[in-house]
Design a protein around this ligand. Structure first.
Ligand SMILES: C[S@@+](CC[C@H](N)C(=O)[O-])C[C@H]1O[C@@H](n2cnc3c(N)ncnc32)[C@H](O)[C@@H]1O
Length: 228
């Protein structure tokens, strides 16, 4: 029998015990898959498996992340949605009362994100824009509780800080997926990481947790931030 167990700490996140134990969220759009994830019907509700090899946030949870600030009702700015794998699960978690603004600058990817995610989910607003230019979309977004950033680009810390300054509420939180080698392929990952953290701290963003995403994502960490 398939068993549903609420996550021990995180509201809106579940474990499903089938042949194995998998992470899951409750599907806001029953019957709709986003990236080939498995759907489960349990006690009249539908759940979607959340695959840690496909989503860095799921990987961080699997690796024992302590701090989850994305919860029902949260306002989230998501930088680098791609086709919407992770953001669709964030949309499930924040539910009808929450809002997710998804920023993506690759046109083809944005078309797929719209078709698969934002056209079907009332709590998701797509923003076809460049996360390095937050002043273009800040007036639409307003203030958010959480910024999630996974753009795999150089100067992520600066980009994150610029978005935080315009839109993150004081006392709000951030998630920054850092792929050291995409920032600078010459320098050692350790040096690059330290440099990024210095930029964040200068901008009032304090790392409260750093989680290695191995073996789900090689050379990646998730940095959880608090905004002063
Ligand atoms: C690693 S993928 C994101 C995966 C996604 N977060 C997920 O877990 O489902 C990075 C994405 O960021 C986008 N991106 C990179 N730089 C960007 C920028 N400056 N503004 C907006 N999107 C950007 C890329 O086009 C790509 O789709």
């Amino acid at each position: 029998m398939v068993e549903l167990i609420p996550h021990e700490k995180f509201e809106g996140v579940y474990w499903i015990k089938d042949e194995e134990k998998v992470l899951a969220t409750r599907n806001l759009v029953p019957g709709v898959q986003v990236y080939g994830e498995k759907l489960y019907r349990i006690r009249g509700e539908e759940y979607r498996s959340w695959i840690p090899y496909r989503s860095k946030l799921a990987a961080a949870i699997m690796k024992g992340m302590e701090n989850m600030f994305i919860k029902p009702g949260s306002r989230v700015l998501y930088l680098g949605t791609a086709t919407g794998t992770t953001s669709s699960h964030v949309s499930d978690i924040i539910g009808e009362r929450g809002v997710l603004y998804g920023v993506e600058f690759a046109a083809r990817v944005m078309i797929q994100f719209k078709r698969n995610v934002s056209d079907k989910r009332m709590n998701v607003t797509p923003i076809f824009g460049d996360a390095r230019k937050p002043e273009a979309y800040a007036p639409i977004v307003g203030e958010v509780d959480v910024i999630y950033c996974d753009v795999a680009q150089p100067e992520q810390a600066k980009l994150f800080s610029d978005n935080a300054r315009l839109m993150l509420r004081s006392g709000g939180h951030g998630y920054l997926a850092v792929k050291a080698r995409s920032i600078d392929s010459v320098q050692e990952p350790e040096v690059i990481y330290k440099r990024e953290v210095e930029v964040l701290e200068k901008n009032g963003l304090k790392p409260i947790e750093v989680i290695s995403l191995e073996p789900y994502e090689r050379d990646h960490v998730m940095v959880v931030l608090e905004y002063r």
